[in-house]
Design a protein around this ligand. Structure first.
Ligand code: AMP
Length: 215
């Protein structure tokens, strides 16, 4: 029986993948595995991996497939992933997608969710995006501001702006997305596992559609 959910979030930077993946993770009790968060943690810790990927991330490029595959394979082999998991930011190109298939759980049921949002919309959203370094909660100073200026509502930590969220780097990340990641929509569509969701509607409505898609 194919029953273990493997949910892949696709969509441009700023489309809302991370936010929706976090809701789904809580609702389903399965981990959210964010490749970007894992890399940012490595940069923050100044580990050898972090030092290697820092410049690439800062400039909006993609980290090499070999590094990403070993990071993700390692993470999904952990016991907490055995009942399913949610991927946010991985795969990012066809090679990663093909390699992922070779390590998916035997009884995995893959669902790829494409959160759709226009380029204009994502650029606007990213300009206001602020992150909590402690709990990872994401705010938007224009659309979902924290109650207290630049502090996290949940734990009071001072929010920060990702250094790859600057306007220039965002344009580069969108270019990279179009060239490398956009073709994955067709890839998963051909496999019959793609669900497209309008990401430009109230957040709760997006969540509702995401939950319905994985039932
Ligand atoms: P994200 O938080 O998903 O926007 O990722 C931030 C940055 O991490 C990206 O711009 C890339 O430099 C790098 N990154 C994250 N996931 C991947 C991936 N699957 N393959 C290559 N690079 C990645």
């Amino acid at each position: 029986m194919n029953s273990i959910p493997v949910v892949i979030f696709l969509g441009a930077p700023g489309a809302g993948k991370g936010t929706q993946a976090a809701y789904l993770s809580r609702a389903k009790g399965i981990p959210k595995i964010s490749s970007g968060d894992m890399l940012r943690a490595a940069v923050h810790e100044d580990s050898p991996l972090g030092r290697r990927v820092h410049e690439i991330m800062k400039n909006g490029g993609l980290v090499d497939d070999e590094t990403m595959l070993s990071l993700i394979k390692d993470r999904i082999s952990k016991p907490d992933s055995s009942d399913g998991f949610i991927l946010d930011g991985f795969p990012r190109n066809r090679h990663q997608a093909e390699e992922l298939e070779t390590v998916l759980p035997l009884h995995g049921r893959v669902i790829a969710i494409n959160i759709q949002a226009s380029e204009e919309e994502v650029v606007k959203r990213i300009a206001g995006r602020r992150n909590c370094p402690k709990c990872g909660h994401v705010y938007n100073v224009y659309f979902h501001p924290p109650a207290d200026d630049e502090k996290c509502d949940l734990d009071g930590t001072t929010l920060f702006r990702r250094n790859d969220d600057s306007d220039l780097v965002v344009r580069k990340r969108i270019m990279t997305y179009k060239k490398e990641t956009l073709p994955l929509i067709d890839y998963y569509k051909k496999k019959g596992v793609l669900k497209a969701i309008n990401g430009v509607q109230p957040q709760d409505d997006v969540t509702h559609e995401v939950l319905a898609a994985v039932q």
